[in-house]
Design a protein around this ligand. Structure first.
Ligand SMILES: [Zn+2]
Length: 158
């Protein structure tokens, strides 16, 4: 069976919030793609409620592209403690942590009109959104700050 990188991470030893390079791959034409583990809350201690995580997903999908080029996807983790970012190239954890800090600051200032794709036709569970909770979790993450190291607090300053 294939070995999955994120399952070999010791989730008891990480210190959220952090940004971690979860892997990078080279394609046949020489392009590289990187995957980042963007951990917002402490694994097995906290979990973000689905309504908050869902609204964060909708906001992050738009905002992250304002601060990082070549984003392919940013999607919530099933454990509800963070997001995975897939991106062309090899940005550093610090660059992604700085971008995420700016993105969460924008989340905190967002109004409902800023959340894209919340109509029934546009979303798979349009009733399950909470901008209020999304903003509260963004504030908590910003209070702690993103570390560029998963195991040792090295909070990026911007
Ligand atoms: Zn949705």
């Amino acid at each position: 069976m294939a070995k999955v990188e994120s399952f070999s991470l010791n989730h008891d030893q990480v210190k959220a919030p952090y940004v971690r390079v979860a892997g990078s791959e080279e394609g046949n034409l020489g392009d590289s793609i990187s995957k980042f583990d963007i951990r917002l809350v402490q694994p097995n201690i906290e979990a973000i409620p689905t309504s908050a995580l869902h609204t964060l997903e909708h906001l992050l999908a738009a905002y992250i592209r304002d601060y990082l080029d070549h984003v392919i996807d940013i999607s919530p983790m099933g454990c509800r403690t963070g997001f995975y970012l897939i991106i062309w190239g090899k940005p550093t954890a610090e660059e992604v942590a700085v971008a995420m800090t700016k993105v969460l600051r924008k989340v905190v200032e967002s109004e409902w009109e800023d959340v894209q794709g919340t109509k029934r036709k546009e979303c798979g569970n349009y009733r399950d959104h909470s901008l209020f909770a999304a903003k509260e979790y963004a504030k908590i993450v910003l209070e702690h700050g993103f570390s560029k190291d998963a195991f040792e607090r090295q909070v990026v300053s911007i």
